[in-house]
Design a protein around this ligand. Structure first.
Ligand code: GLC
Ligand code: CA
Length: 556
């Protein structure tokens, strides 16, 4: 076992804000910086150390901020740069770091670069994107967007097509052009110089497309993906960003990496001179109830989830570092997927413990800390997202009825994570005094921050306790990891070890009673029960679990 190097990014935990739905300060129905500012103390009180902002930049919102029309500004929906500077300051005063979403695989089609490159083939901005002539009447290749039909959009004035791996309004940047890379470096510097502490790098493993843009395996969605995922120059470009910019700041990066495996991840995140990102988001554990996409739902398999987590734990330990999460703005709520609405509180606490007690940097998505759940949408037109509507078209072609599609969307849509934050039991959950831009979950009277503040047993207060516990016990951060009960479909059990101290984490993923016997070498009667979601009267070495029960024992 190699010595683990200590670093602040390993000890911190991160709170993700999806700004549009966090808190509305001026009553126009859209979350904003004033709203966020009013909640800084709250965020600090959870016990996190960093705020990651999903995009705050000006955007036509074809993909809610992930289509950027100006990298050096704050969207007027949210405020302005002056306010953002104050926010950075106020966050720093409270010991909170700030990381920005860096979305440079693509821009908006309303970005100046794209507009100029489209208006004039001879403009230098033409080569900022992938403009190609068609093949006869067909697009340049058979690639399909992951969001919206074909991956090429025809421009009749130019008689050329441009590439968009995501929505039509998200043309891909040509990162092979050194001028584009210079722009990226300048954008990074701009925000770092303003005082931000790092970046979450959006689909960063898509930034290098295979030379010649060859045809891909003809899939209905995302055809060509094998030619732009971990493409030939991703590492080289990230190394350039690191050497020329990031290494000059005390900052931190986490890259989003669809379909990432531990082996490939290690090329990017193994510690030492070759490291180009600090952490990487993979999604293998999120596929425990789905196939390729959340929209192809299969029954939840705890074994599949455990295998993903444990493999990453083992593969990263000592040489690289894990990014831990169970929710973000791209997935429905975790309790609906892996827990139980009937045992809401217990399963929320169990899920939190299950992933936060592993080795890695935990990320918590807004609302997760109070156990927000999926809403019930009664009409497809209540949805807002390009991906939902693309799936509507696709599933309709496959003969799926409107009614069935609505129930699929209620279960599978990423929009489930984007309903407004539930602050209190007043109208609209206290998110806005105006008309909310998006449906507020009907359950806001039962699940909200205010009601949980004063309840010592609430999900919110459990998160506080858990994060404090992590901070105060190095074993949770730097200990090693060993799984028990590997073949159980109901229990997730693991131990952590550091300098002779041991910790045992027991999580049940079922409401059924399961017989638990302490693994060899653990005497629960001698352990200290440090976290639990039920009262435990006697620490016996054999017990029947309660619904979604969790316990953490320490042995010092
Ligand atoms: C990432 C973002 C997602 C966005 C996509 C395109 O996956 O997390 O929200 O739609 O990239 O930018
Ligand atoms: Ca507002």
């Amino acid at each position: 076992m190699s010595e683990i190097k200590k670093h602040w990014y390993k000890e911190m935990s991160v709170y993700q804000i999806w700004p549009r739905s966090f808190c509305d300060g001026n009553g126009d129905g859209i979350g904003d910086l004033d709203g966020i500012m009013s909640k800084l103390d709250y965020i600090k009180s959870i016990g996190v150390d960093v705020i990651w902002f999903s995009p705050l930049y000006p955007s036509p919102n074809a993909d809610y901020g992930y289509d950027i029309s100006d990298y050096r500004n704050i969207s007027p929906d949210y405020g302005n740069t002056e306010q953002f500077k104050v926010l950075i300051d106020e966050a720093h005063k409270r010991g909170l770091k700030i990381i920005m979403d860096l979305v440079v695989n693509h821009t908006s089609d309303e970005h100046e670069w794209f507009k100029q490159g489209r208006a004039d083939k001879n403009s230098k901005y033409h080569n900022y994107y992938f403009w190609r002539e068609g093949k006869g009447k067909n697009p340049p290749n058979n690639w399909k967007s992951v969001f919206e039909g074909g991956a090429w959009e025809y421009d009749k004035d130019l008689n050329e097509y441009y590439l968009h791996v995501f929505a039509k309004k998200q043309p891909d940047l040509n990162m092979d052009n050194p001028e584009v890379r210079q722009e990226v470096k300048d954008i990074m510097k701009y925000w770092l110089d303003m005082g931000v502490d790092g970046f979450r790098e959006d689909v960063i493993t898509y930034i290098s497309k295979r030379e010649g843009l060859p045809n891909g395996i003809p899939l209905p969605v995302g055809a060509g993906i094998e030619h732009y995922t971990n493409g030939p120059h991703v590492y080289e470009y990230l190394k350039e960003f690191k050497d020329e910019v990031l290494s000059k700041y005390d900052c931190f990066t986490v890259g989003e990496a669809p379909m990432m495996t531990p082996k490939v991840a290690k090329e990017y995140i193994t510690e030492g001179d070759s490291q180009v990102l600090n952490l990487m988001f993979h999604s293998q554990h999120m596929e425990a109830d789905s196939f390729l996409t959340d929209w192809i739902h299969v029954p939840f398999s705890l074994k599949k989830m455990k295998k993903a987590f444990s493999t990453w734990q083992k593969e990263m330990y000592g040489t690289a570092w894990n990014a831990l999460y169970i929710e973000n703005h791209d997935h429905p709520r975790a309790i609906d997927r892996f827990g139980s609405l009937k045992y809401h509180k217990q399963s929320a606490k169990m899920l939190a413990t299950m992933y936060i007690c592993q080795s890695g940097t935990p990320f918590i998505y807004q609302g997760q800390e109070i156990g927000m759940t999926n809403a019930t949408f009664n009409d497809v037109n209540e949805f807002k997202d390009v991906l939902t509507f693309n799936n509507q078209r696709l599933f309709k072609k496959l003969g799926v009825s409107d009614k069935k599609f609505l129930s699929m969307a209620n279960r599978c849509s990423r929009e489930q994570s984007r309903t407004p934050m539930q602050w209190n039991s007043s109208e609209n959950g206290g998110f806005t005094t105006g008309t909310p831009w998006f449906k507020v979950n009907d359950n806001y009277k039962d699940i909200n921050v205010e009601s949980q503040e004063n309840d010592p047993d609430s999900v919110l207060n459990f998160y506080r306790k858990l994060l404090k516990f992590r901070k105060e016990n190095e074993i949770v951060i730097y200990g090693d990891y060993k799984e028990h009960y590997k073949s159980s479909s109901d229990l997730f059990v693991y131990e952590r070890n550091l300098d002779g101290k041991r910790m045992l984490v027991i999580c049940s993923f079922t409401e059924k009673p399961v017989r638990f016997t302490a693994p060899e070498g653990f005497d629960l009667e001698k352990g200290r029960l440090v976290l639990q979601n039920y009262d435990v009267i006697y620490n016996s070495n054999v017990f029947m679990t309660k619904p979604f029960e969790m316990r953490v024992y320490m042995f010092d």
